[in-house]
Design a protein around this ligand. Structure first.
Ligand code: HEC
Length: 143
């Protein structure tokens, strides 16, 4: 390969990898937005702004469960930071804790979808919300 071609190839790889990371950042922000939307429906019930409805709870808790755990952490390749992203570098310094919290979200959201009744909803919902805020406190920068 000539020097020029090699430089070009390296440059192309660089652009491709930047692009892949940019897509992952978009994907995880989209995932978090979808989680945020479902969470809103659940928090309305918890605050008494909406009545307990098991279908609403199941659908939204399942969506949150779907976007949590491994499907969430795979959207965080090492050091994928950008100006738009609120992700903190601590994610990769304490990758184990980040993964534990993502798994915990899966467990608490699944429990909410399978075990909720009008009586225990608030307790199960609080357990899930504590996981959201625990992870944000450690790993999301304030905008
Ligand atoms: C395992 C860690 C973790 C858990 C658990 C978690 N989040 Fe997040 N969340 C993040 C990180 C990191 C970001 C910033 C992502 C970025 O900007 O690249 C974020 C961003 C967000 C955003 C902003 C999305 C945007 O860009 O507009 C919302 C809304 C949100 N989270 C809601 C929730 C809710 C609701 C829960 C719980 C049901 C939750 N999150 C659980 C780590 C987590």
């Amino acid at each position: 390969m000539t020097y020029f071609k090699r430089t070009l190839a390296i440059f192309a790889l660089f652009i491709i990898s930047i692009h892949a990371i940019a897509n992952e950042i978009d994907d995880r922000m989209d995932a978090m937005k979808a989680i945020g939307k479902s969470n809103k429906a659940l928090s309305n019930i918890s605050r008494g702004k909406a009545d307990f409805d098991s279908q609403t709870v199941i659908q939204n808790a399942q969506l949150i469960a779907k976007y949590s755990g491994q499907s969430f952490t795979m959207l965080f390749p090492e050091n994928s930071l950008s100006a738009d992203s609120a992700a903190k570098a601590e994610i990769w310094q304490d990758w184990e804790k980040f993964n534990t919290l993502a798994d915990e979200l899966n467990t608490t959201a699944n429990a909410l979808s399978t075990d909720s009744t009008a009586d225990n909803f608030n307790e199960l919902y609080k357990r899930m919300s504590d996981t959201c805020s625990g992870c944000h406190r450690a790993f999301r920068a304030k905008k």
